[in-house]
Design a protein around this ligand. Structure first.
Ligand code: ACO
Length: 324
């Protein structure tokens, strides 16, 4: 399986760290030093997750020279769909006019696009699909408690999309993917209200259980432990070393996580595409956005070896190796 097209979209409105200083007890220097984030994008009133998904998808489809009507499958990785039912992917399918495609959402938080890409690969390798659209789209600004400085400074709204198809040659495209989950970590990063356990109610709203709650230190410790293992797994499965990796395309949660992980594996930070400073953590959107930006900047040359990694609520995480 190969990436035939990449696309991304971020809303126009920029919320800087200085803007946040006026909203919660924080500072630009604290946010920059602890996370690497300078600003993030916020969706316009009335703008929906599916709108951002479609905007990113249209760019990826154009690059892939693919008509939406030719898509076989649409996978939307999101934890912030337009509504609980039907899936965001159904709304995207309708907006694109992708009438042939079957469509579904995938809930794996920040690792969602990596999960989606890996699932897509199975359909393409088996020959049952020729064109698959994988989108990561998140409108987290509507799930964030804007009075909570622990979470409100971290997240942003955006979407990224990939059009996937069979590889032109067997030594190009996705070489391996290793996905992992640990559900015992669910309480460290979750939205507890609004599901079957705590259905929407006045008390759920009043207690703020419909907003993102996080133990950042536990997430951090977990990420810097498991991501080096996941990258090592990718290297060993392909018989390559850290020195063979030309680029790292990573989920962007915190620049210190990326520095720690790549430091442990022995890959210089210069090989990692960074856009966290401009977008914050956009969850499932961050990996495809990073791929799109690196691709459109001409950084990815045919034959380059790209290592991907992502980690998110669940915890969900994994790595992949791709020959561009
Ligand atoms: N501004 C100022 N001070 C703050 C802020 C803020 N925005 N947020 C927290 N603090 C304070 C805390 O209250 C604490 O104060 P205290 O010592 O008086 O109690 C102090 O700063 C230190 O807090 P820590 O949580 O220990 O700070 P840490 O250095 O761990 O950084 C952070 C916090 C940035 C959240 C870090 O733990 C992190 O990045 N964790 C990963 C979380 C993450 O990325 N989640 C995203 C979703 S999952 C994913 O994408 C992988």
């Amino acid at each position: 399986m190969q990436i035939l097209g990449t696309g991304s979209y971020a809303p126009e409105r920029i919320l800087t760290n200085h803007d946040l200083e006026k909203m919660v007890a924080t500072s630009d220097s604290w946010i920059r030093e602890r996370t690497g984030i300078r600003e993030r994008r916020i969706a316009a009133d009335g703008e929906l997750t599916s709108d951002m998904a479609v905007a990113a998808a249209l760019k990826a489809l154009e690059m892939a020279d693919t008509d939406p009507a030719d898509l076989d499958i649409i996978i939307v990785a999101t934890i912030s769909p337009d509504m609980p039912m039907p899936s965001c992917a159904m709304i995207v399918q309708a907006k694109l006019g992708a009438t042939k495609a079957f469509a579904f959402d995938l809930s794996a938080a920040c690792a969602g696009s990596l999960y989606g890409m890996t699932i897509a690969e199975q359909f393409i390798r088996s020959g049952s699909a020729k064109r698959i659209l994988v989108i990561g789209a998140e409108l987290l600004s509507r799930l964030v408690d804007w009075t909570d400085r622990n979470t409100s400074v971290l997240f942003g709204d955006a979407a990224g999309a990939l059009v996937l198809g069979p590889s032109a040659s067997p030594d190009r495209g996705l070489l391996s993917a290793h996905l992992h989950s640990d559900g015992t970590m669910a309480p460290v990063l979750c939205i507890r209200g609004g599901g079957s356990q705590f259905p929407q109610s006045e008390s759920v709203l009043q207690s703020g259980m419909h907003k993102i709650a996080m133990n950042g230190r536990e997430v951090y410790k977990f990420a810097v432990r498991v991501l080096p293992e996941a990258l090592a797994e990718a290297l060993s499965a392909n018989g390559v070393t850290a020195a063979d990796i030309d680029h790292v395309v990573s989920h962007q949660a915190n620049v210190r996580i990326m520095e720690s992980v790549l430091g442990r594996v022995g890959i210089p930070m210069e090989r990692c595409w960074i856009n966290l400073d401009r977008y914050g953590n956009t969850s499932s959107a961050s990996l495809p956005i990073s791929l799109d930006e690196a691709n459109r900047a001409g950084r990815l040359k045919p034959g380059d070896l790209i290592a991907m990694m992502a980690i998110g609520a669940g915890m969900t995480w994994g790595s992949a190796l791709m020959r561009w």
